[in-house]
Ligand binder design. Structure first.
Ligand code: CIR
Length: 255
């Protein structure tokens, strides 16, 4: 059973992306495409079968497929992204996922971005952000409870999504930027702190024992290695200008 990584190519209109906490700086679409290709190659190296959604050049943020769904072992939740411009992204993601999981939907007035949802063990930690509201979190809780998942809301300050600040490196280990979230919520976890000079380094993607991590954050990469993780650095600087990190560009699940 090969793990699937669902991805979508970078829109040529990526420069028109949503931005919340970053100033707009020029994004080179060709460079973004080649960096994205390296990322996709890293997913394949980690054993994923890569499946491409249909291109959506009219959706500037369509490459950030993580935000459109939360895929769990027996169900998938199709989100209602907090940014209106991103809502059309979910249709194609739902169409791709329906062969694999029963689908549930976040409905108005709820909003939820997949980037705000971090699974650790059987708990979904969900960022309360400009993108994910209380109604969205409550709907998620009701959807996943019958499957045995708990939902815990987590405050996030100063960054886009919960997973900009913290990501799971297994059921008991987290990589975290404590400046952007409340670490006391994660009592009982082993916490690996990012290097303070690399605030965006908290976003990491564990696939099959390797941690895909942005090459731009080598000091945090060394901390991960010192903690015993195998790190697969990928250059991710161009999509970082669109406020995206390594988790954002894929939905990974067992078929
Ligand atoms: C946005 O603001 O929605 C996009 N420009 C970036 C989304 C990044 N996604 C993620 O962190 N999961």
């Amino acid at each position: 059973m090969t793990r699937i990584a669902l991805v979508r190519e970078v829109s040529p209109g990526i420069a028109g992306c949503e931005l919340t906490h970053l100033d707009r700086t020029p994004i080179d679409p060709a460079r973004a495409v080649s960096q994205h290709a390296e990322y996709v190659a890293a997913l394949a190296e980690a054993g994923c079968e890569v499946r491409w959604l249909a291109p959506a050049p009219e959706l500037p943020d369509g490459v950030f497929v993580e935000d459109a769904a939360v895929v769990l072992d027996r169900l998938a939740v199709i989100t209602r992204p907090g940014a209106e411009s991103r809502r059309p992204e979910v249709t194609s993601v739902a169409a791709a996922l329906k062969a694999f999981r029963p689908l549930h939907y976040i409905r108005e007035p709820g909003t939820l971005d997949g980037g705000d949802v971090m699974l650790a063990g059987r708990t979904l930690y969900v960022g309360e952000t400009e993108r994910t509201n209380v109604a969205g979190i409550a709907q998620l809780r009701d959807i996943v409870a019958p499957a045995g998942y708990q939902v815990r809301a987590v405050p996030v300050h100063g960054c886009l999504h919960l997973k900009t600040a913290v990501t799971a490196l297994g059921p008991e280990v987290l990589l975290i930027n404590r400046a952007w979230t409340d670490a006391t919520i994660f009592e009982g976890f082993q916490l690996i702190d990012i290097d303070p000079g690399e605030p965006f380094a908290g976003n990491s993607l564990l696939v099959d024992g390797s941690v895909i991590h942005a090459k731009e954050f080598p000091r945090t990469g060394s901390r991960l290695e010192a903690a015993g993780f195998r790190v697969r650095p990928v250059v991710a600087s161009e999509l970082a200008k669109a406020e995206g990190g390594v988790t954002c560009c894929s939905l990974i699940f067992d078929p």
